[in-house]
Design a protein around this ligand. Structure first.
Ligand code: NAD
Length: 420
């Protein structure tokens, strides 16, 4: 494929190709691909917003439910200027695989609003969230589809979503979203759960390729809910985190960054950029830094045909969803770089979302230690299952993980039968 053709590919093309490869390896009939390549339900909504200055503008939002053969839809809500329907469809499909792979009783869903949250006040973001929630309310709910935070949204967004949905029902419905504040039925350990899971998997992957954890080096792209905690936990494990970045740029220190100090700097200034004692680098340079482990934890498609050949890490653990294009995957495989796919690596968030939903439905709360122990146990078990499946069948970890997930979804579908 030419570079031009590859630039025209969307993240949904890559997601569908992964599904096609899995159905082929599993020997499933073409109709299974056709059924799973399309979302079961999708909703596009207009969100009229009254701005603080009295003007009105109209935003676009989506909720896509890819599959619910194994249970209600589950997936984040993204507020980002790049959100479009194909992106939401791809992310919803990956959620189906992630939930099946970690064996949590959900299907896959995703939502988003095309908006750059940095351009809006807190009051405006609350109005956007509430109107978006009321527009998608007919298709969400604790037994239907359970949103959670993603890029550009957080626990406050979830509190507004829960409140708006509850007002519509006339009573408090804690189980409609996860990733809520602890004071509102959130789970201990949820905020750091994706990062904790990423690091549990990264440690396994390093051991798998024979690298020691202590003293090995890492770079993390993105310093938000996933990347920041990942950098902190990697440093706590004794790794040297040499480079981190956010949307504004990157920083690098050959001897390793003091991540706790970087976090304080970010709390003060809003960005990693300008951190004293580190060299300023372009954000993309973090992806090609000379390190053992790379954790892309920002957005899709950042490692592509144009830079995959320059990646120097031995192991890539996908903190973000879809950070590697299909072409990058092929290049990295030929270069013997171990890639741990998103549907395994960043599944810690949905695992603890599941714990939160269970706790909310039972009104019985676990301690943080219990949550973290159960999370790491599920993540490491999933790692071993995927690594074994891949080794036995000579597959990449991504194809192995996708095959395992697709097989489970297909099995559930077969047992239920096709209606009518
Ligand atoms: P976030 O909004 O909290 O943080 C995103 C970070 O990425 C920010 O630091 C932002 O500055 C940075 N960023 C954005 N564009 C960038 C670019 N071009 N270069 C470098 N940095 C850039 O979002 P998040 O929740 O941390 O999500 C990050 C990724 O992880 C997404 O792909 C998301 O789908 C995935 N994910 C999140 C969760 C979760 O629980 N939050 C769970 C699973 C997967």
């Amino acid at each position: 494929m030419t570079e031009l053709a590859s630039l025209e590919r969307t993240v949904l093309d890559d997601a569908r190709d992964q599904l096609a490869q899995a159905t082929e390896v599993l020997g499933l009939p073409p109709a299974v691909f056709e059924m799973l390549a399309e979302p079961r339900r999708e909703l596009a909504v207009s969100i009229p917003l009254r701005r603080d200055d009295g003007t009105t503008e109209v935003l676009r939002g989506y909720r896509v439910q890819h599959n619910y053969s194994r249970g209600p839809g589950k997936g984040g809500v993204r507020f980002d200027a790049r959100v479009d329907l194909d992106e939401v469809r791809a992310l919803a499909m990956w959620m189906t695989w992630k939930c099946a792979l970690l064996d949590v009783p959900y299907g896959g869903a995703k939502g988003g609003v095309r908006v750059d949250p940095r351009d809006y006040s807190t009051a405006e973001l609350e109005r956007i969230t509430r109107r978006y929630t009321s527009e998608i309310a007919p298709i969400i709910g604790p037994d239907h589809d359970i949103p959670a935070p993603d890029v550009g949204t957080d626990e406050n967004t979830m509190a507004w979503m829960m409140d708006t949905f509850s007002v519509g029902r006339g009573h408090t419905v804690l189980g409609v979203v996860t990733g809520k504040p602890i004071a509102l039925g959130g789970s201990h350990g949820r905020a750091a759960s994706t990062s904790r899971g990423v690091v549990a998997i990264a440690l396994e992957a390093l051991r798998h390729v024979g690298l020691p954890v202590a003293g090995s080096t890492a770079a993390v792209q993105g310093f938000g809910k996933v990347g920041r905690g990942a950098a902190r936990f990697l440093a706590e494990e004794g790794m040297r985190v040499l480079a981190v970045s956010d949307v504004y740029g990157g920083i690098y220190a050959a001897s390793g960054l003091d991540i706790a100090a970087v976090e304080r700097h970010v709390d003060r200034t809003g960005s990693v950029v300008g951190f004293p004692g580190a060299q300023s680098v372009a954000g993309d340079d973090v992806l090609t830094a000379e390190v053992d482990l790379l954790v892309p934890a920002a957005i899709e498609g950042v490692v592509h045909a144009g830079n995959a050949g320059e990646v120097r890490a031995r192991v890539i653990v996908e903190g973000a969803n879809g950070p590697l294009t299909a072409e990058a995957d092929r290049i990295l495989e030929s270069r013997n770089v171990l890639v741990v796919p998103d549907i395994l690596a960043n599944a810690g968030g949905v695992v603890v979302s599941y714990f939160e939903w269970v706790q909310a439905n039972q009104s019985y709360w676990w301690s943080e230690a219990e949550v973290n122990e159960r999370l790491v146990d599920r993540m490491t078990r999933a790692w071993h299952d995927v690594a074994t499946y891949a080794a036995e069948r000579h597959l990449t970890l991504r194809l192995a993980a996708t095959c395992m997930a697709v097989e489970r979804v297909y099995r559930a579908h077969e047992l239920r039968g096709l209606y009518p």
